[in-house]
Design a protein around this ligand. Structure first.
Ligand code: KDG
Ligand code: MG
Length: 405
C-alpha cells in the first residue's frame, strides 16, 4: 500500500479546524486533526510544504517509522507547530490501519480496558448562583464531574466564562485580533474558595469538582490556592502555574494535597518528564492533537503509569471531532486513564461536517466499534464554512503589564 495524496482542509463550522486526509493507492483513506487554535495556517503550511512532499509513495502502515522520520528527521524537534502537524499525519495513519484491519483503533492499541469513558463538563457563570445553576443543569444531564469557573467581580471576561455569549463556539470563533482582558490575582484568590464552599454546601461530595487556573499564578500563590481549596475536595486543580519551569510544581506540591493537573500546552513527553518522574502532578492533560498524535500519547501514558500519574486529555472545542475520537480510543485502552474533558458535541454546523463515533450516557462517553477512528468528514459541507482568522485573548494586569492568559 502506498500514500498517493495528502489533502488539508481548513473549515470553520463554528470555529476553525484543520483536517488531514491521507489517500492511498488502494482507495482507503485516513483522517487526522491538526488544529492549533489561533495558529491554524502555520500548521497548514508545515503540512503542505514540509511534510506532504516527503510522504508521497511511502507505506502508510509504517506508522512508527513515519513518526520517527517526521520527528527526528526535521532536526528541529518539538514545538507546537511541528507536533500538531505530525499529530494530523499520525492519527490519519492509525485510521488507515484500523480500516484495513477492520478494527477500531482501541483494539489496535491492545483492546479496551473499560467499556465507558468518564468525562467532566464545564459549568461557568457570571456569579456564583449562575455557576451553580449551570452545575445543576449538568448534573441533570448525567455529569458527575464538573469544572467550575466563575467571573471574578471587577474582571471582564474571566477565563472559562462565556461573558454573555451563548456557547464556546460563539465565544471563540470571531476574534480577528486578540481581545485584551484584565487579570488581578488578589481578586481571584479572594473569590474562588467561596465558589467551591457554596458548591459543597449545596451538593456535599455527591459530585466531583475541578477548576482551571489557566497558568495565572506563581508557585507560592498556587500553593496557597491549593491549600484554601483542600476542604472542598477537588478532583484536580489544573494549570495552577506555567510549567516551562517544571520545578514550579514541586513548590505547589510540597504545600498542598489538592491533586494537580497540567499539560494541555505540552507537545512532547519532555515537557512533562520531570513532573511525572518526581510525582509533582496527578493528572497529565496532554492532547493527541498537540503532541504528535496517538503514537507518543501511548508512550506518555505508559511512562506516567510508572509514577501513579493518570491521563486526563485536554478536550476543548478547539480540538476537532477527529482529535476527540483519537482520545476516545486512547482512553478506552489506557490502563491509567483518569478522566476526559468533554464540552458536548457542538452545534448544527459542526455536526453537518463531522460525525462523531461516540455517544454520551450518564457522565460517560461510549465509543462505537467502527474500524479506524470512526469519524466521518463531509468535504462538501466543510467548503460551506471557510476559515476565519480568530485569536485567543491576551491578559494584562491593571497597570498594563502583559500576563499569562
Ligand atoms: O485553545 C485554548 C483552549 O483550548 C484552552 O484555553 C482550554 O484551558 C482549556 C481547557 O482546560 O479546556
Ligand atoms: Mg485548561
Amino acid at each position: 500500500m502506498k500514500i498517493v495524496d495528502i489533502k488539508i482542509f481548513v473549515s470553520n463550522p463554528g470555529r476553525n479546524f484543520v483536517t488531514v486526509k491521507i489517500e492511498t493507492d488502494e482507495g482507503v483513506f485516513g483522517l487526522g486533526d491538526a488544529t492549533l487554535n489561533g495558529r491554524e495556517l502555520a500548521v497548514v503550511a508545515y503540512l503542505e510544504e514540509h511534510i506532504k512532499p516527503c510522504l508521497i509513495g511511502r507505506d502508510p502502515h509504517k506508522i512508527e517509522d513515519i513518526w520517527q522520520y517526521l520527528y527526528k528527521g526535521c532536526y528541529w524537534r518539538r514545538g507546537p507547530i511541528t507536533m500538531t502537524a505530525i499529530a494530523g499525519i499520525d492519527m490519519a495513519l492509525w485510521d488507515i490501519k484500523g480500516k484495513v484491519a477492520g478494527l477500531p483503533v482501541y483494539d489496535l492499541l491492545g483492546g479496551k480496558s473499560r467499556e465507558k469513558i468518564r468525562v467532566y463538563g464545564h459549568a461557568n457563570g457570571q456569579d456564583i448562583d449562575d455557576t451553580l445553576h449551570h452545575l445543576d443543569h449538568l448534573i441533570s444531564e448525567g455529569y458527575n464531574a464538573v469544572r467550575l469557573q466563575c467571573a471574578i467581580p471587577g474582571l471582564e471576561g474571566t477565563y472559562g466564562t462565556l461573558a454573555g455569549k451563548k456557547d464556546y463556539f460563539e465565544l471563540q470563533s470571531d476574534r480577528p485580533l486578540p481581545p485584551e482582558q484584565l487579570w488581578d490575582t488578589k481578586a481571584y484568590l479572594d473569590f474562588v474558595p467561596e465558589l467551591f464552599k457554596k458548591a459543597r454546601e449545596k451538593y456535599g461530595n455527591s459530585v466531583d469538582l475541578l477548576h482551571d487556573t489557566h497558568s495565572r499564578l506563581t508557585p507560592i500563590e498556587a500553593a496557597r490556592l491549593g491549600k484554601m481549596l483542600e476542604p472542598y475536595n477537588l478532583l484536580f486543580l489544573e494549570d495552577s502555574v506555567t510549567a516551562e519551569n517544571q520545578t514550579g510544581y514541586k513548590y505547589v506540591r510540597e504545600h498542598t494535597t489538592t491533586p494537580l493537573a497540567v499539560g494541555e500546552i505540552f507537545n512532547s513527553i519532555w515537557d512533562a518528564k520531570e513532573l511525572i518522574e518526581n510525582q509533582y502532578i496527578d493528572y497529565l492533560r496532554t492532547a493527541a492533537t498537540h503532541a504528535g498524535g496517538i503514537t507518543p500519547m501511548r508512550r506518555m501514558a505508559d511512562f506516567a503509569s510508572l509514577y501513579h500519574v493518570r491521563t486526563a486529555p485536554h478536550g476543548p472545542p478547539d480540538i476537532s471531532p477527529i482529535g476527540h475520537a483519537a482520545h476516545a480510543h486512547l482512553n478506552s485502552w489506557t490502563p491509567n486513564f483518569g478522566i476526559q474533558e468533554f464540552i458536548g458535541f457542538g452545534g448544527e454546523a459542526l455536526n453537518s461536517v463531522f460525525k462523531y463515533p461516540m455517544t454520551f450516557e450518564h457522565g460517560h462517553l461510549i465509543v462505537n466499534d467502527t474500524p479506524g477512528l470512526g469519524v466521518e468528514f463531509d468535504e462538501k459541507a466543510a467548503e460551506q464554512y471557510p476559515y476565519k482568522r480568530s485569536y485567543l485573548p491576551v491578559s494584562r494586569l491593571k497597570d498594563g503589564t502583559l500576563w499569562n492568559w
